[in-house]
Design a protein around this ligand. Structure first.
Ligand SMILES: C[S@@+](CC[C@H](N)C(=O)[O-])C[C@H]1O[C@@H](n2cnc3c(N)ncnc32)[C@H](O)[C@@H]1O
Length: 528
């Protein structure tokens, strides 16, 4: 059953998902392939909902200071005629955003001499969980009553605004919005029911790889914006750098402008303590202009006299305010293009990085034959890594460079070997031709078979997760240990193979050996 044909509140006559999505030229698939993803779903209060979604998950409520910051940054302020704007809260929860929005709307009505009836078409909120929706509706009624609205009218308004249903399925049928604002749910890829994920993916082409549901919410919110409209979310920020966020970044770069990114990993943004690694994002359906980049630490949220936090942080970024407790901020003149990751940097370092990006070519470069890779992951280091040079046949032992071997500033091989099951020409070696290797691996067969990779390809139970490319051992390369605050590259002139917590750089054009003395010198200077 097509939800649109069932008369969903908010659906504009003649508007459907295809024309809505086709109205965006984002360099993505323009319309969802396959059957209507909302076919066969239940309608709850006139809104679509996948019965299989089950218990609501990803419920983290936002603190009032963050809500006010976001609403102010998004320009949802009572001075403006808010009744003339259409604002959507896609996942209302306990009304952390909706109630302050109603408060601002009421203030705006009186500031603009408007009638309460004008407020009705100005808001829409979605919630999958009926109990949460009922609670939010009650809080909205309470808020309206405080503004002198009669009980029946308050209930009618609140019930008209809050709908029980799935925003991802319903939003393509909703009107285009001036503002989509809130805190979307976080539900990891593995926890999303297959049927729901398939339906979402058909509607939202940026939901690639092992993406979390919030990627769909960002895409849906952006698609719902009218020209000049704003999406303002607090949301986990992994998508800004991960592979599964690449299509979303491409979409934003193609048709939207990033106005603000405020990292809040260490700020008290939510009512409960959760490791959500959130950031506030403000994105407008318009070209890219200047962007505010800020970071909020544990002291953030302290009210400031005579100025909103949003204005204070914007002032800090432009150098007009000297201090905002808990915040650092800057502005940048341009944003990252295409699928490029949005780096996680202390804001003041961002302009420097952007300057370097403008002046220099990327490290990985076809012209100089420069490549970056990461070393071999085994899935069972205890079995595949040894210091015993007699453990198996000698041509099955590959000198392995480990992260600790780079600590002195030059490569100091620690005598570790990879027990190498790979043949030189590709594929695994035939164990019958290597009796010592066979005996050793068979002794550990149970452990090796328990690994994911072995369960997916049982015949290859003795493979390492990654293949070994033997030619890499002989090549000169730079090693960079993983997860370091300071990068200390060391040169391997050819002789070792990297373990998986070492990145390596090889190049046809660069003389990597020549990098060695300056790096050694730099390191010894650092140690003095
Ligand atoms: C992270 S909470 C945020 C609640 C509120 N906006 C806030 O900021 O405090 C997300 C809410 O989304 C709801 N939710 C989950 N999936 C949804 C969906 N597909 N459509 C609408 N709401 C959904 C959850 O029930 C939960 O209440």
């Amino acid at each position: 059953m097509n939800a649109a044909r069932q008369g969903i509140p908010g659906l504009q006559a003649g508007e459907d998902v295809k024309s809505f999505q086709a109205s965006l030229d984002l360099g993505l698939a323009e319309e969802p392939a396959g059957p209507d993803p909302t076919a066969g779903v239940a309608l709850v209060d006139g809104l679509p909902q996948l019965a299989q979604v089950g218990e609501p998950k990803g419920v983290v409520y936002t603190r009032p200071w963050v809500v006010d910051l976001i609403l102010d940054l998004a320009g949802y302020r009572p001075e403006d005629d808010l009744a003339a704007h259409y604002a959507v809260e896609p996942s209302v929860g306990n009304g952390a955003f909706l109630v302050p929005m109603v408060r601002r709307l009421m203030a705006s009505l009186s500031a603009h001499g408007r009638d309460i009836g004008d407020a009705q078409p100005a808001l829409r909120a979605y919630e999958l969980d009926r109990d949460a929706a009922v609670r939010a509706t009650g809080l909205v009624v309470q808020e309206l009553r405080q503004h002198g609205i009669g009980k029946t009218q308050a209930q009618d308004l609140a019930q008209g605004w809050v709908g029980v249903g799935d925003y991802l399925l319903a939003s393509p049928h909703d009107r285009q919005a001036d503002l989509v604002v809130g805190n979307p749910p976080y539900i990891r890829y593995d926890d999303l029911p297959a049927k729901a994920l398939a339906a979402y993916r058909r509607l939202y082409p940026a939901m690639v790889g092992r993406c979390d549901i919030y990627v769909g919410f960002i895409e849906a919110g952006l698609r719902q914006l009218k020209t000049g409209g704003i999406l303002a979310f607090i949301c986990a920020d992994r998508w800004m750098r991960s592979a599964y966020g690449a299509e979303l970044r491409r979409m934003i770069s193609a048709a939207f402008g990033v106005e603000a990114v405020i990292e809040m990993h260490d700020a008290a943004a939510f009512e409960d303590e959760v490791a959500a690694y959130p950031a506030v994002i403000v994105i407008r359906r318009a070209g890219q202009g200047q962007a505010l980049v800020a970071s909020a630490g544990p002291g953030a949220g302290t009210p400031m006299a005579g100025i909103t936090l949003a204005d204070a942080v914007s002032g800090l970024a432009r150098g007009q305010v000297t201090e905002v407790p808990g915040f650092t901020a800057t502005t940048v003149g341009r944003w990252f293009r295409g699928t490029s990751p949005w780096p996680a940097l202390e804001p003041r370092k961002l302009p420097l990085l952007q300057g370097l990006e403008e002046r220099f070519a990327p490290l990985e470069d076809e012209n100089t034959g420069t490549k970056i890779g990461i070393g071999v992951a085994t899935g069972a280091d205890r079995v595949f890594i040894t210091t015993d040079a007699d453990l198996v046949e000698s041509d099955r032992l590959l000198p392995l460079a480990m992260s600790a071997d780079t600590r002195q500033g030059t490569l100091q091989w620690s005598g570790h070997y990879l027990v190498d099951p790979w043949a030189r020409g590709g594929g695994l070696v035939d164990l019958a031709t290597y009796p010592q290797l066979r005996r050793y691996l068979e002794r550990h067969k149970n452990e090796l078979q328990r690994r994911n990779i072995a369960q997916r390809i049982p015949r290859d139970w003795y493979r390492t997760i990654d293949r070994v490319h033997h030619e890499l051992s002989q090549q000169p390369k730079l090693y960079f240990p993983d997860m370091k605050l300071v990068s200390n590259p060391v040169v391997d002139r050819g002789g070792t193979y990297p373990h998986h917590n070492l990145y390596y750089l090889t190049s046809k054009g660069w003389d990597l050996g020549a990098c060695s003395p300056p790096i050694d010198k730099m390191l010894s200077m650092r140690r003095q």
